[in-house]
Design a protein around this ligand. Structure first.
Ligand SMILES: [Cu+2]
Length: 264
């Protein structure tokens, strides 16, 4: 009798676990690709700060305005689901941007409102972290030593919050700030995954600092994975009128994949 009860209980438990999994929604995964002829990203001249130059001795540091890979996939693209979605809980772990070699790592990151954005300095030189925001995400902090850390609680939604350094004009970073957790940044071959999305039809947007933003309609089915590919053309061809970050045209030279491959 007792044994039968146990089996029954186990079955009931299994039923509820199944139901919980089903309520977890669906998954959106995919890639960001460059569909045109890649151009070489410009090299950064760090002569303005001998410390930065010394840290990067013997290295060629590239301004990765388009973080294109050999297979033309694009990393550091911010992908997010548009519309009103449930906020969910705020992750305890911060979004971390490290200043290393006088560059922001990662160049593009993302977090939810209420989450901590931590900026750390791994360089033995002065950085001045400066953001401008009308959504409460503005701050301006000097970090003269390695090991320093500044924390900011992300306040309002913002696509995108730009991070700059007043000492080193080439330093550029972006943070996507959203109220809900349905976003990702493409990594390791332009790939992204957004999990536990409530079933429904959405507009999903992929944002790239120079190539603009692309919207695609996506239908998420409970318990299933939908795949979406974002194909970016050259600057100016996507829906964003102006690139968020502009360098002089003379810096954008040398077409072809070989050039892209050689800087990696
Ligand atoms: Cu700096």
């Amino acid at each position: 009798m007792m044994q039968r009860m146990h089996i029954l209980l186990a079955l009931v438990l299994l039923f509820f676990l199944d139901a919980a999994a089903a309520l977890a929604g669906g998954t959106i995964e995919g890639m960001a690709m460059f569909t045109s002829t890649p151009r070489r990203n410009p090299l950064i001249q760090m002569g303005a700060d001998p410390n930065c130059q010394r840290i990067n001795e013997g290295k060629k540091v590239v301004q990765k305005m388009v973080d294109i890979q050999r297979d033309r996939s694009i990393d550091n693209v911010f992908v997010h689901v548009l519309g009103d979605l449930p906020a969910g809980s705020v992750p305890a772990e911060p979004v971390v941007i490290d200043q290393q070699g006088c560059i922001y790592h990662p160049r593009v990151s993302a977090g939810v409102t209420g989450q901590t954005l931590a900026i750390t300095n791994s360089d033995p030189t002065l950085h001045n972290v400066h953001t401008k925001s009308e959504q409460g995400n503005g701050f301006n902090v000097g970090q003269p030593k390695a090991g320093m850390r500044h924390e900011h609680t992300l306040k309002g939604e913002e696509v995108m919050l730009r991070v700059k350094c007043d000492v080193h004009p080439w330093m550029t970073g972006f943070v996507g700030v959203k109220k809900n957790p349905y976003f990702a940044v493409t990594r390791e071959g332009g790939k992204f995954t957004i999990e536990n999305v409530p079933a429904g039809t959405y507009t999903v947007q992929a944002w790239q600092e120079r190539l603009g933003a692309i919207d695609q309609e996506v239908t998420v089915v409970e318990g299933e994975t939908v795949t979406v590919e974002f194909g970016f053309g050259p600057p100016g061809s996507a829906s964003l009128d102006e690139p968020a970050f502009t360098l002089p045209v003379r810096d954008l030279v040398v077409p072809y994949v070989e050039a892209v491959a050689s800087e990696r």
